[in-house]
Design a protein around this ligand. Sequence first.
Ligand code: SF4
Ligand code: MG
Length: 330
Amino acid sequence: STPVLQLDSLERHFTASGGTVRAADGVTLTVGRGEVVGLVGESGSGKSTVGRCAVRLDEPTGGTVRINGTDVTTMSRRSLRPLRKDFHLVFQDPSSSLDPRMTVGQIVAEPLRLHGIAKGEAARARVAELLAQVGLRPEHADRHPHELSGGQRQRISIARALSVDPALLVADEPTSALDVSVQASVLNLLADLQRDRGFGCLFITHDLAAVEYLADRIAVMYLGQIVEQAPTAELFADPKHPYTQALLSAAPVPDPVTQRTRERIVLSGELPSPLAPPPGCRFHTRCPLAVDRCRTEIPALRTLDSGREVSCHLVADDGTAPDAAAPRPA
Ligand code: SF4
Ligand code: MG
């Protein structure tokens, strides 16, 4: 069936004082109906840019964005409006997306009204139902966002996003601004709602435990590009790309077979600037396994025999991959 989100060679370049920032630089990614795709990578890797382009909050400068098969890449805001009910973004910090002058009831009801789905008594009943679904009480409808906790505010932005039953939810770090003590309950809520309603979800995060819990498939970004893509269990069991290996080695997730945690791979240096990505493999300046070829030749993101995707010169088509935790002697 048609994917709910289909990004093809998505680009988002913009001009800054130092030149052209390549925030997203050729990202190809799909989210199937009812599928949760995790997008992970360091901050500055372009994850949020991809999420914002996917819901047309940022304008792509190249490539295409399709929602439910419809090309929305260059659609005007006006023609986009009726389609808006199909896709929503939940932000990291709910306070920035909730109008402080509106009551919770008005905030949750607004999309219903804008899309002509319900008004008056019907809208009020629907709001009460949505509030219950996100674990809030009917009385919360009369409060203002500032009277609520961070966790409650995030529940409200989820209720608002889901009020019109979107086919796609883009969730950008939906729990990272919350107290650690409430992060798990908001993640559980998202997981429950996703299972019940079956919306497709692009889940953007740097929280590897969260993505392992929620996502069916994971795409790993580095400097504006996807470097590896695989089903969640396969990626965690056997990361192929040296960057993915380093990323996972920083998280205390024991190997499912040996129950040992991975040897920590500490990357040297900072993430290079997206103003001037390194030539060849973008990761070569920090890769413990880099060889001469990596400095000049761009590794294509290619499909392995198993169907997984990876962009590294040293990974063979049969999936044989070197271990970045044990680099060869120079
Ligand atoms: Fe490292 Fe080279 Fe593979 Fe890039 S292509 S990840 S630099 S080994
Ligand atoms: Mg971000």
